[in-house]
Write a protein that binds this ligand. Structure first.
Ligand SMILES: [Fe+2]
Length: 210
């Protein structure tokens, strides 16, 4: 009898969290984002196909306070999970709202420079596109045995359906895209909030105003 022991290396976690009783929070966030969107505040992204993104400093807007408080709870869990040096601490480096309508999408991209990136779903109309993550390793794409059923060890991409009140968090270098919506109604918009987290030395955080 041979005992075969498998250990995981080069793991790529994608976390999710469902915020409890999120409908009030989502209604507040949607009101803020709808107002900004209607006002035509400037967006910034080049990788989106249609749609709109707010400025990158929404985490400094007091109306986003209840949301960022929940993000900060998760940040401390990540620090523990990753065994981050206690001299350092995660900070919200940027935070922005996304509005997608009709057939809008976001092409494959990373959040270059961010240690972690996240997205939270505020409003998800029927037909909203999934978020797709691609296997960041190159070699598995060159050869793999015939697979009867794909698992986390063999899948080369994974899609997550957006769910209102759900947050996804992943390493900032992990490539992802937002697949095209198929929303028929002109009145409905898909709203999500994205954010980047970065580690800073605790003694710098106050000096940098983070
Ligand atoms: Fe992204």
């Amino acid at each position: 009898m041979v005992e075969l022991i498998g250990n995981e290396y080069f793991a790529t976690p994608i976390w999710h969290a469902d915020f409890e009783e999120s409908s009030d929070l989502n209604a507040q966030l949607a009101e803020v984002v709808d107002d900004l969107y209607k006002d035509g505040s400037r967006g910034w992204s080049e990788d989106r196909v249609g749609g709109w993104q707010s400025s990158l400093d929404m985490h400094r807007d007091p109306r986003f306070g209840p949301f960022t408080a929940l993000i900060r709870e998760i940040m401390s869990e990540i620090e523990t999970f990753y065994r981050i040096d206690p001299e350092f601490e995660l900070c919200i480096e940027s935070c922005w709202a996304n509005v997608l309508e009709g057939r809008h999408s976001n092409a494959f991209h990373t959040h270059a420079g961010a240690d972690f990136a996240g997205v939270y779903y505020v409003r998800v109309p029927k037909g909203s596109g999934t978020i797709r993550f691609r296997d960041p390793r190159q070699q598995p794409g060159l050869f793999s045995p015939p697979i009867e059923k794909f698992t986390t060890y063999t899948a080369q991409a994974v899609d997550f359906f957006p769910v209102e009140g759900r947050l996804l968090l992943f390493p900032g270098w992990l490539e992802h895209e937002v697949r095209a919506n198929d929303i028929d109604s002109d009145d409905e918009t898909r709203i999500s909030i994205s954010f980047n987290l970065e580690c800073f030395r605790k003694s710098w955080i106050e000096k940098l105003g983070l």
